[in-house]
Design a protein around this ligand. Structure first.
Ligand SMILES: Cc1cc2nc3c(=O)[nH]c(=O)nc-3n(C[C@H](O)[C@H](O)[C@H](O)COP(=O)(O)OP(=O)(O)OC[C@H]3O[C@@H](n4cnc5c(N)ncnc54)[C@H](O)[C@@H]3O)c2cc1C
Length: 245
């Protein structure tokens, strides 16, 4: 039984997974294929990349970041989510996939495309908009079913990468809040930031000294230099209706 299962390893799911895992919640991401962002030709409005970034490169880096945090991944399409015990949702949920064995988790974050069929058994409250089925959520991404959340496009958020990432993080913070995790903020602060004021380092926060800060910067530079060293030999995914013509 995992603490958290995230359905969808696109932008929102990856952002959510980093936060829940870094807060100490054992997090599994089940991903059924490809982020819609793989269709982008050049991602130019994501803060931090002054001349844009290849969207596939960005997705690789985000996946690597989640893995580095300790998130585990499973390939497969989730086909249904059901409570283990309908009278006690604290027991968690079982997720069926089109491939492997059923998975179970205390809490579920739906971060897939807005095609929420797999949530039908739960009666979370689906909203039809054209061919899409969004999930009705509150401000923090909670659905009508305790323990089930939605983030990103499936939660009706605007169709932009930074918004999906931010929403994934925000929903993860609600999940962390609702769980037993001892958490204040996910912050890395310089040595003394709290302790030099005779304060305990708050849960979820970390103080690092200058040597460790330099070590991490060195590692970060190496990772980024390697990731950007060569052009990526991957084409954007074309819209299926164009490919058929
Ligand atoms: C052509 C194009 C260009 C774009 N350009 C930009 C741009 O320049 N700037 C910008 O800000 N935004 C852009 N976007 C929008 C951006 O890609 C999306 O808003 C963003 O990817 C949404 O993130 P998400 O996590 O909600 O969904 P996604 O990133 O699509 O992630 C959903 C994930 O769920 C998985 N999944 C789906 N169903 C299941 C299931 N049943 N079980 C398990 N996994 C499942 C999918 O495989 C996918 O990995 C563009 C989109 C398109 C189509």
């Amino acid at each position: 039984m995992r603490d958290i299962c995230i359905v969808g390893g696109g932008v929102a799911g990856l952002a959510a997974s980093m936060f829940t895992e870094r807060a100490g919640l054992d997090t599994l991401v089940v991903d059924g294929g490809e982020s819609i962002l793989a269709r982008n030709a050049s991602l130019e409005n994501y803060p931090g990349f002054p001349d844009g970034v290849d969207a596939r490169r960005y997705l690789r880096l985000a996946r690597k970041q989640a893995r580095n945090a300790g998130v585990t991944f499973e390939l497969g399409r989730v086909t249904s989510v059901e409570p283990i015990d309908e009278s006690d949702l604290e027991q968690g949920f079982v997720l069926e996939t089109d491939g492997g064995d059923p998975l179970s988790a205390r809490r579920v974050i739906a971060a897939s495309w807005p095609n929420s069929e797999y949530l039908v058994p739960l009666d979370v409250g689906r909203i039809q908009r054209g061919s899409k089925y969004h999930v009705d959520v509150d401000d923090a991404g909670r659905t009508a079913v305790d323990g089930v959340y939605a983030a990103g496009r499936i939660a009706g958020e605007p169709h932009q990468t930074i918004v999906a990432a931010g929403h994934g993080a925000k929903v993860a913070l609600a999940v962390i809040h609702d769980s037993d995790a001892n958490f204040y903020h996910d912050w890395v602060a310089p040595e003394g930031y709290f302790t030099a004021r005779d304060r305990n380092i708050p849960p979820g926060c970390e103080e690092i000294d200058d040597a460790e800060r330099r070590r991490r910067d060195e590692q970060a530079r190496e990772t980024i230099l390697e990731a950007f060293a060569e052009p990526l030999d991957e084409q954007p995914t074309m819209h299926p209706s164009v490919e058929r013509e």
